[in-house]
Design a protein around this ligand. Structure first.
Ligand SMILES: Nc1ncnc2c1ncn2[C@@H]1O[C@H](COP(=O)(O)OP(=O)(O)OP(=O)(O)O)[C@@H](O)[C@H]1O
Length: 243
């Protein structure tokens, strides 16, 4: 697997300091209230967050603190009850469902805990399916699929099906699938939850690699304290707020 050299990272950071990176996503005063039976459950309580281009940002917090609810709002899978979400200069919070779906399909990629791969398709076919769904021209598929599988270090396992791959390898296929259509933002819900520490470290190295080479921004939730050090920023969530 291609793991970025520290020296190369340094050069890149020196050329483009973090404070010159554009804001890709800005969240202000977001609240999410669910109606449960006759009462209201206040899950997000005034969230403010910024994601700059090419950052790796982590949301950390106990189970039930609201991380997945926030990630769903960032990705337009859910809508805030109050507050604003600006994505790439667009007021994501005030779009119609159809408009949000279009933005999501084109500019966002998702990775979930359970790898969400099609079990009967090979790694290659799983990634190709993502390009087909995104409406990318067929003429681009071959090159892009090979490129994405190489990026995640799976060039030797392209024709294996999920059950023939380890958990870490399956998660790398899921990453290749999520970035195939060249999204600006990758949202990942506990992407290392099912993996041991060695495999988790490999996934974080893949994330750093794709930020550098594909210029994607990654926002992920985690419980795992051992991977926090690779984040550009960590938001700590307690009971629906950042502390
Ligand atoms: N659609 C919903 N309707 C009602 N309550 C919900 C809904 N979605 C989430 N909740 C509640 O919101 C709270 C926060 O859930 P959420 O899944 O965001 O937490 P989390 O921090 O991601 O937890 P975990 O780490 O266990 O995934 C929980 O109490 C949950 O039951």
């Amino acid at each position: 697997m291609a793991i970025p050299q520290e020296a190369e990272q340094l050069t890149e950071q020196q050329l483009e300091p973090a404070d010159e990176q554009r804001n890709l996503l800005t969240v202000t005063n977001v609240e999410r209230i669910f109606q449960v039976g006759g009462s209201q459950l206040h899950v997000l309580k005034g969230i403010r967050l910024e994601l700059k281009e090419r950052q790796l940002v982590m949301l950390r917090g106990r189970s039930g603190s609201g991380k997945t609810t926030l990630l769903n709002c960032l990705g337009g899978l859910d809508t805030p009850s109050k507050g604003e979400i600006w994505f790439n200069g667009l007021s994501f919070h005030s779009m119609s469902d159809d408009e949000r779906t279009l933005v999501r399909r084109k500019d966002m990629g998702f990775i979930f805990q359970a790898f969400a791969l099609m079990p009967l398709l090979s790694a290659w076919e799983n990634v190709e399916l993502s390009l087909r769904m995104a409406g990318k021209p067929r003429s681009q598929w071959k090159e892009r699929v090979a490129h994405c599988l190489e990026l995640v270090g799976l060039e030797k396992r392209m024709h294996h099906r999920p059950f023939e791959l380890s958990g870490g390898e399956q998660q790398r296929v899921a990453i290749a699938k999520a970035i195939a259509h060249e999204p600006m933002l990758l949202l990942a819900d506990e992407p290392t939850a099912e993996l041991d520490s060695g495999m988790s470290a490999q996934i974080m190295a893949v994330f750093q690699n794709i930020i550098r080479t594909e210029h994607v921004t990654i926002c992920m939730t985690t419980h795992d304290p051992t991977i926090l050090e690779v984040a550009d920023h960590v938001y700590e969530m307690v009971d629906g707020k950042f502390i």
